[in-house]
Design a binder for this molecule. Structure first.
Ligand code: CP
Ligand code: NVA
Length: 309
């Protein structure tokens, strides 16, 4: 069992390497049990979770709700119109009220400060289901998927191609804790947050490279990773970004440069024909669907961890 850390799961580097790896081991165990059809393991029996969504979601909502239910709990979906965090009611009041009904809060928000405020005022664990800044549950699922497909994350070369966004920040924070080789190739002006890069470099755990050259970046990659060029909240920039990001599409040519051992990953939803071609998503070395499935297994282990189970 992983040792106790902060009550919340907000950033991967809030935890040490042993804790992160033991959460991932736990995810494998619970996954095997769920896949075997055994429904006798019900650690969340009698527990409830409030799930706050200020943004749309398929994977996060369905994987959290299904995973929590399969392990005996009950999850409540609160969409953008239900809670209207900060508009109908202050975040600190929401945190304190939900703490009196529920055992966990999971939230997907715009401003990162909102998740920090929820965690500050809630007396129960808060799990980050994506903010404008990061997406730690996604990167835990990605790490699990890489371990399953290549044996281990340590020493592997993961090359992210595209916008230096929330996904990249979580990769950088994972690279601050677990040693691997992380490369981010973005257009000039769309690199990840400088402070986060510095933090990851200062940790001195992983080899980290930030570049504007996707072709050079992908050489020898174990994983080539892509995400949308315009994230939630930036959709009005989508047209403009399509021009800026020309040359950053993950296509057959780029995968060819990466070499035969490279897997393709994408957190999804994907815009086929934009940041990635249809052919790359459908290729035999694309592991986007096992990756999506692992959201549920990684999060089950995260929920067990924050509940001390
Ligand atoms: N990858 C991910 O978080 O998907 P959703 O936006 O559908 O939850
Ligand atoms: N960067 C994307 C990830 C979606 C899961 C977004 O924030 O919209």
């Amino acid at each position: 069992k992983a040792k106790a850390g902060p009550k919340d799961f907000l950033h991967i580097d809030d935890f040490d390497k042993d804790t992160i790896l033991s959460i991932l081991d736990r995810a494998k165990e619970v996954k095997a049990q769920i896949k075997s059809g055994d429904r006798t393991y019900l650690p969340f029996k009698g527990k409830t979770m409030a799930m706050i969504f200020a943004k749309p979601s398929m994977r996060t909502r369905v994987s959290f709700e299904t995973g929590f239910h399969l392990l005996g709990g009950h999850a409540i979906y609160l969409g953008p119109d239900d809670i209207q965090m900060g508009k109908r009611e202050e975040t600190r009041d929401i945190a304190r009220v939900l703490s009196r009904y529920n055992d966990i809060i999971m939230a997907r928000v715009f401003a990162h400060q909102d998740i920090l405020d929820l965690a500050k005022y809630a007396s129960i664990p808060v799990i980050n289901g994506l903010t404008d800044y990061n997406h730690p549950c996604q990167i835990m699922a990605d790490a699990l998927t890489i371990i399953e497909h290549t044996g281990q994350l340590e020493g592997k070369k993961v090359v992210y191609v595209g916008d230096g966004n929330n996904i990249v920040h979580s990769w950088l924070l994972l690279a601050s804790v677990v040693p691997f080789h992380f490369v981010c190739a973005s257009p000039r002006g769309y690199e990840p947050d400088v402070r986060t890069i510095k933090r990851a470099l200062k940790a001195g755990v992983s080899k980290i490279e930030i570049t504007n050259d996707p072709k050079e970046a992908v050489r020898g990659a174990d994983v080539v990773y892509s995400d949308v060029w315009a994230s939630m909240g930036q959709k009005e920039e989508a047209e403009y970004r399509r021009q800026v990001f020309l040359g950053f599409q993950v296509n057959e040519e780029l995968m060819e440069l990466a070499g035969p051992k490279a897997y393709f990953m994408h957190c999804l939803p994907a815009e086929r024909g934009v940041e990635v071609t249809n052919g790359v998503v459908e290729a035999p070395n694309s592991i986007v669907f096992p990756q999506a499935e692992n959201r549920m297994h990684a999060q089950n282990a995260i929920m067990l961890h924050v509940l001390g189970l």
